[in-house]
Design a protein around this ligand. Structure first.
Ligand code: SF4
Length: 65
């Protein structure tokens, strides 16, 4: 799985950070960073919860081989 963020859509409201702080982080300039770009099995559920929580639909989860 690969995490993609559409930064044009993201308004830095931090909801994904609340749901999955181990994957997403907002810096002091309100820029979102993806800490775990390729979540393994232990992070997949959190990544999916964060994607569902994003009101801007800015988080896409892509399947990888
Ligand atoms: S929940 Fe969506 S809009 Fe909010 S910071 Fe995360 S990616 Fe951006």
């Amino acid at each position: 799985m690969r995490v993609e963020v559409d930064y044009d859509m993201c308004d830095a409201n931090g909801l994904c950070v609340e749901v999955a702080p181990e994957i997403f982080q907002l810096d002091g300039d309100d820029e979102l960073h993806v800490l775990v770009k390729h979540p393994g099995p232990d992070h997949e559920e959190a990544a999916e919860s964060a994607a569902r929580a994003c009101p801007k639909l800015a988080i896409a989860l892509r399947e990888t081989d």
